[in-house]
Design a protein around this ligand. Structure first.
Ligand code: 6R9
Length: 631
């Protein structure tokens, strides 16, 4: 099923467009199904209603674990590299991982979980995180992983939205030289979460934690009470596999829903092809499992293909900026998949951290999460790939489940900062403001997808109308990505960034409305407006214009107070990089904030503000510029 030449790609692509059901039906054959489908695809983008592999029965963990046992039981499934390089790494073979997943699946059952229940997972990057995820899938429970950087309030919102019955967490997490008290955050969150009956707590940092009688149990105790035999639950292809929350242009994060069959096929197919994964290779994705990249390309994609997947607990700069390269050399990593923000950050340390790096094992490099600028692309290519490793710049989203537009390693000719060509099965198109498709090359517009693919979201949890509104209403019969894009003369795609009110900070999606809501919660704040601005390392930074009329002695302290409020309301990842106090915001007569103007000011481009004649009070702009320049 691997594509090995550009001709094979073109053939596959053509077939995927002309005979999509036959195309995906054949690919799906390479997976293990308990019962086959009677229809590959039925769909409409109006409702929307999308069904792949209708009638088929499966369990994704049989594909990620059981089916490899016959021939590859002793092959490494997971290599865990801890935060502290002095501590030993851990290898789990497929046999070991299978046993542990089954055992923990029994723990979940013992604590009342059953098929269809939602389980929130809030854990550090340890093997038990992957085990917890797979154990949910084993028993047909729906996992909702929440990234470790979110606050108690954000977790509570997510738990309540999905009415989670169980939480799996750990005492704490390490991040570089910091310790994060995960259980404490969960305890705060659960004050407002009536649906949660049990909390399973893994010992990791050995931080003292409060354990509530009748609710909280230790992972280590629980596993002693069960055995490691757990028959996989039979799932319908369209049964829910997981929910993952992501930010959009409105205030509340959406629970993106993925289902078992299509997601599995898409994650597995794209993993195998884009990275050209070869049996025996070691693959290292530096993302956190709390994001979609970790779901699809640390856990499900690689394991479904019998690959060896590295889970790294730490950060690229701890103990120093050579850590990634040490991990690559230590585990002889062949494929490295990381983010532009990490590349830019490491670039800034110069060549010194690369002095003792061999990096000879590397064969393929990947990038994901945000547009990669040319400078970072070339540095990655020359310094890390030594000019010998294709870079796959993979464009995709939480909603797409897997990679959509990307080079195929060793097949597609790459071009710096271009995601290049759509994968087979993906029909992108560019549309203008009027919803007209823009035909031909050398054009740009809003990126949409015209035809379903197996990994696409099916709904947003508990609110199907919101899914329709957000993705399928802007342009009839198309999925709207929220990204701007250009298609060059060769038909290559370059993603230019979000066209909605979403900021991409270090590859993390943050909704401006969410940050504004958080800032507005701060006592004394009358109103705020948040925009993105170009940031050297993070890609985009967060700039907040805040109306705070109180006469305060210490502006700096107020800034810090506001940051504290944002940290409480969302999490440290949403803290603005800059806060400018203003007395008014530029609004149209209908009361809409003109973000276009604020974006220019945040960029430091005060001369080219465009048409300001529709503003209610143009003097506001002069004042803001004045304050921005004084700062
Ligand atoms: C996988 C992931 C999705 C948004 C997406 C786009 C941006 C991701 C990109 C990229 C340019 C790439 N994005 N990959 N932009 N080039 N290779 O990141 O999912 O967290 O949902 O973010 O990220 O703007 O719309 P998610």
């Amino acid at each position: 099923m691997q594509i090995n030449s550009i001709e094979a790609y073109e053939l596959a692509y053509q077939k995927s467009v002309e005979k999509p059901e036959q195309f995906w039906g054949e690919i799906a054959q390479s997976f293990h199904w308990r019962k086959p489908w009677f229809k590959v695809l039925s769909w409409n983008f109006r409702d929307p209603e999308i069904k792949w592999f209708e009638g088929a029965k499966l369990n994704i963990t049989e594909n990620c674990l059981d089916r490899h046992l016959a021939a590859h039981a002793d092959k490494a499934a997971i290599i865990w590299e801890p935060n502290d390089p002095e501590q030993d790494s851990i290898t789990l073979t497929y046999k070991m991982l299978h046993e542990r997943v089954c055992r923990f699946a029994n723990v979940l059952k013992r604590n009342g979980a059953k098929k269809g229940d939602r389980i929130c997972i809030y854990m550090p990057m340890v093997p038990e995180l992957a085990i917890a995820v797979l154990a949910c899938a084993r028993i047909g429970a729906v996992h909702s992983v929440v990234f470790g950087g979110f606050s108690a309030k954000s977790i509570a919102d997510r738990i309540n939205d999905a009415a989670c019955k169980l939480v799996v967490t750990a005492d704490g997490a390490y991040r570089g030289n910091k310790k994060i008290e995960l259980k404490e955050v969960i305890d705060d969150a659960l004050i407002g979460c009536p649906t949660v009956e049990k909390v399973i707590v893994l010992t990791h940092t050995r931080t003292p934690v409060s354990m509530l009688k009748g609710r909280d149990v230790w992972w280590e105790d629980e596993v002693k009470h069960v055995n490691d035999v757990c028959e996989a639950e039979e799932m319908d292809a369209e049964d829910l596999l997981f929910i993952l929350y992501t930010s959009g242009s409105t205030g509340k994060p959406k629970g993106v829903v993925h289902t078992c069959g299509g997601y599995m096929v898409y994650a597995g197919y794209t993993f195998s092809n884009v990275f050209n994964y070869q049996p025996g290779e070691v693959y290292f994705c530096t993302a956190d499992i709390g994001w979609i990249t970790g779901h699809s390309y640390i856990i499900y994609g690689p394991l479904s293909q019998g690959a060896t997947s590295v889970i790294f607990e730490g950060i690229p700069t701890y103990p120093d900026a050579s850590r990634f390269w040490q991990v690559v050399d230590k585990h002889q990593v062949n494929i490295l998949y990381t983010a532009p923000t990490a590349i830019r950050s490491l670039m800034s340390y110069g060549d010194e951290p690369l002095k003792n790096a061999g990096l000879e094992s590397l064969r393929v490099l990947g990038s994901v999460g945000e547009p990669i600028n040319e400078e970072a692309w070339h540095w990655f290519d020359e310094k890390i790939g030594k000019g010998n490793c294709p870079i796959v710049d993979t464009w995709w989203q939480t909603e797409t489940g897997g990679i959509m537009i990307s080079p195929i390693a060793n097949v597609t000719k790459t071009k710096p900062s271009y995601a290049t060509l759509p994968l087979p099965g993906i029909q992108p198109c560019l549309v203008d403001e009027n919803g007209q498709e823009i035909i031909g090359n050398g054009v740009s517009g809003n990126l949409c997808i015209k035809f379903p693919w197996p990994g696409m979201l099916r709904t947003t949890y508990g609110d199907h109308e919101r899914c329709r509104q957000t993705y399928f209403s802007a342009y009839p019969d198309m999925y709207f990505t929220g990204d701007g894009c250009l298609r060059d003369e060769d038909g290559y795609y370059r993603i230019t960034g979000r066209v909605d009110d979403v900021i991409n900070v270090s590859g993390h999606r943050i909704g401006t409305a969410e940050v504004e809501n958080a800032i507005n919660m701060h006592a004394g704040v009358v109103e705020s407006a948040v925009v993105g601005f170009p940031h050297e390392v993070k890609g985009q930074g967060i700039f907040a214009f805040v109306i705070y009329p109180e006469h305060h002695a210490d502006e700096e302290l107020t800034r810090k107070d506001i940051l504290q409020t944002v940290t409480r309301m969302i999490g440290a990842i949403a803290k603005p990089d800059k806060i400018l106090f203003v007395s008014g915001l530029p609004k149209t007569r209908s009361g809409k904030i003109m973000r276009r103007i604020l974006r220019k000011i945040a960029e430091g481009d005060m001369t080219n503000l465009g048409d300001t004649s529709t503003l209610l009070d143009p003097a506001v702009v002069t004042e803001i510029i004045d304050r921005a320049q004084k700062k």
